[in-house]
Design a binder for this molecule. Structure first.
Ligand SMILES: Cc1ncc(COP(=O)(O)O)c(C=O)c1O
Length: 367
């Protein structure tokens, strides 16, 4: 049995450090907006190499707060990719803004700048490129389009902690960026968590207020805010795990290379493509085939866990039917959703388990 994700094997290496961190928070008796948050915010901002970090309760809130801090709201249009996780879009609608989709590139699954240009209207206020599966979007081209049209760029970095583009980290390109620390992410806590990276002091200040009821001082509010704070216990865990992030991302790359070496000769099977001048952090290793559903069933019978990220593009989801999109509008995104399959890949995945996954796939294709 090879599960899609395995927390227990991950915990083996770091459990004593996590237990110490947990004890430190309990002994101090301070659980919300305390010293662990200050330390983690500083360390994460310095890891990304830019700006101000503001912890939030989750990645969805991080996107919503980022949008609101940039003044985006009722009736504004925000462009993003239709093959993203639902929360990218639910965060947009939470502000009152309207999600507008642009198609993706067929080979990398990342938002296509040409399609972004076609989706811009007089109401477009922001673009949210999603660095899907662990690879940065084409940020130079996207930032140039945004500058030309006076549009804000907010990066969705939920799947790309540590990913690089032209020597700079994901999260350092947009006016604001949002991260998630959902447990399975490359940097994941043991519960929910999120972070905003803002490059501008004023925007950072507004984000800080918005995450805590709009407070500027105790019981004094200046804007209608949320309760969206990253709690001390999660911060203590994340401080421990941040030190392992680069090592774990390297491990993910080694595992990805091994899959690629051993699966690349199979005809009818497409493997992840790393675009120029980027380093991937393989949050997910996503293969693609016309026989996706049969392959997934076959692997399940052999005890190999897989998932699909994601099976339904957002423009065809029932919840967003009111936006009026139709099947066929974003052919690359739609095609990818019917063909993609994510294989088990996490730093503690044993080589012997990976060999079983590889052999099972080869057997399916008679290769
Ligand atoms: C691309 C993307 N955006 C946003 C989110 C939202 O993050 P969270 O689950 O922490 O709210 C996720 C994670 O689920 C994600 O994968």
């Amino acid at each position: 049995m090879i599960p899609f994700f395995d927390f227990k094997s991950e915990l083996k290496e770091i459990r004593p450090q996590l237990e110490q961190a947990f004890a430190r928070v309990f002994d101090r008796g301070y659980f919300i907006l305390g010293p662990e948050l200050d330390e983690f915010e500083q360390k994460f901002a310095s890891y990304i190499g830019s700006g101000y970090a503001i912890g939030t309760a989750n990645g969805t809130d991080a996107i919503e707060i980022a949008l609101r801090a940039c003044g985006i709201g009722q009736g504004d249009e925000v462009i993003t990719a239709p093959n993203t996780a639902v929360p990218t879009v639910s965060a947009i609608t939470a502000t009152g803004a309207v999600p507008v989709f642009a198609d993706i590139k067929a080979d990398t699954y990342l938002i296509d700048p040409k399609s972004i240009e076609q989706s811009i209207t007089a109401k477009t206020k922001a673009i949210i490129p999603v660095h899907l599966y662990g690879q940065c979007s084409d940020m130079d081209t996207i930032n140039a389009i945004a500058a030309e049209n006076n549009i804000i760029v907010i990066e969705d970095c939920a799947q790309a902690h540590g990913a690089m583009y032209k020597g700079k980290k994901a999260g350092s390109f947009g006016a604001v960026s949002a991260f998630s620390f959902y447990p399975t992410k490359n940097l994941g806590g043991y519960g929910d968590g999120g972070m905003i990276i803002a490059n501008n002091h004023k925007i950072a200040q507004i984000c800080r207020q918005l995450r805590n009821y709009g407070f500027v001082d105790r019981y004094k509010t200046v804007r209608n805010g949320l309760n969206s704070r990253l709690d001390e216990i999660q911060c203590a865990f994340l401080i421990v795990k941040l030190d392992y992030l680069d090592k774990y991302n390297e491990k993910r790359n080694e595992l990805a290379e091994y899959y690629t070496e051993r699966l690349s000769d199979i005809s009818g099977l497409e493997l992840p493509k790393i675009a120029d001048e980027r380093s991937h952090v393989f949050h997910l290793y996503v293969i693609s085939t016309d026989k996706r559903d049969n392959l997934q069933d076959y692997l399940a019978q052999l005890g190999v866990g897989t998932l699909i990220h994601y099976p339904i593009p957002i423009h065809l989801q029932q919840a967003y039917g009111y936006l009026g999109y139709k099947k066929g509008q974003f052919p690359n995104a739609e095609k990818s959703c019917s063909r993609i399959l994510s294989l088990p890949l996490y730093p503690s995945l044993a080589r012997s388990s990976q060999d079983i996954v590889i052999e099972s796939i080869r057997k399916f294709f008679n290769a």
